[in-house]
Design a binder for this molecule. Structure first.
Ligand code: ATP
Ligand code: MG
Ligand code: MG
Length: 267
């Protein structure tokens, strides 16, 4: 019902979230994505804290591989987040459409990994990392959706099923940076095989509870007939990421220092 706000001209809708809509917008010949969040709905659901967090976190992040927030303003009923416009959709759609080969999957993985350098410098956990929350702009992959805007992100009261959630979140334990690393592993697995390593969270929890040793067997999911083609390098990587005990899981630091990826980049 309106076509402009604070100098931004609004164009077509790009997508819908749980608490509002995202529009393409222009100002001074530059293109943006503006997320409009329904304030009364946020108040009704008592989620102010998550929305404030989304703004606070996004403001701090300024690297190539995270979606930039340029400004945020509000009127009586709407909070506007003016973001970098990502013109090539989500990683989820990209995977299904392009079926990337292992080399490309690893290169995308490394881009996302780079985004995490600054995220960790600023002491942020994402906790909702999945292909539909990674956007693409001119071939660059960018981490998005920092809201923790859903109760599941609390860790103590997660709801729904997520194929990407670390076991310590599913078990409602205290968690740290390692939860995002687990999700990264699931994302890489999903990119390569286009299926999930752990079919559902209930089953994953059962498996954890039945195990006496803290290491989950990642090879089990790789023995599936569809999942035979995967380099030894990546098998090794999955083995080091899908470790139930987060203290024994590979760290981001170790991942940055590993030479597992060097063969995927030409000199
Ligand atoms: P919620 O905020 O409740 O988690 P959501 O995750 O679906 O909902 P967003 O991911 O923030 O909400 O946005 C909804 C959709 O709008 C996205 O899936 C995407 O298609 C589009 N969109 C959001 N931000 C951008 C952006 N910066 N550039 C291009 N498209 C975007
Ligand atoms: Mg999202
Ligand atoms: Mg969101």
């Amino acid at each position: 019902s309106f076509t402009s706000v604070q100098g931004y001209t609004l164009h077509e809708i790009l997508g819908k979230g749980s608490f509002g809509q995202v529009f393409k917008a222009t100002k001074n010949n530059k293109v943006y994505a503006i997320k409009m969040i329904d304030k009364p709905l946020i108040r009704k659901k008592n989620l102010q804290k998550y929305v404030n967090n989304e703004v606070k976190v996004m403001r701090e992040l300024k690297n190539q591989n995270t979606v930039r927030l340029y400004e945020a303003f509000e009127d009586k009923d709407i909070l506007y987040l003016v973001m970098e416009y990502c013109n090539q959709g989500t990683l989820f759609n990209y995977i299904l459409k392009n079926k990337p080969e292992e080399t490309e999957c690893v290169r995308i993985f490394v881009q996302i990994l780079k985004g995490f350098i600054e995220i960790h410098e600023k002491h942020i956990l994402h906790r909702d990392l999945k292909p539909s929350n990674i956007f693409i702009k001119d071939g660059v992959f960018k981490i998005a959706d920092f809201g923790l805007a859903k109760p599941k992100a609390l860790g103590s009261s997660y709801c729904g099923t997520s194929y990407f959630m670390a076991p310590e979140i599913l078990q409602k334990k205290l968690h740290d940076y390692k939860v995002d690393l687990w999700s990264m592993g699931v994302i890489l697995f999903f990119m390569i095989f286009r299926e999930y390593p752990f079919k559902n969270s209930a089953k994953l929890l059962d498996e954890i509870q039945q195990k006496t040793n803290p290491y989950f067997d990642p090879y089990k999911c790789l023995k599936h007939p569809k999942n035979t083609q995967c380099s030894p390098n990546l098998l090794e990587l999955f083995k080091r990421i899908f470790v139930i005990d987060p203290t024994k899981r590979i760290s981001f630091k170790e991942l940055y220092d590993t030479d597992l990826f060097s063969g995927y980049f030409s000199a």
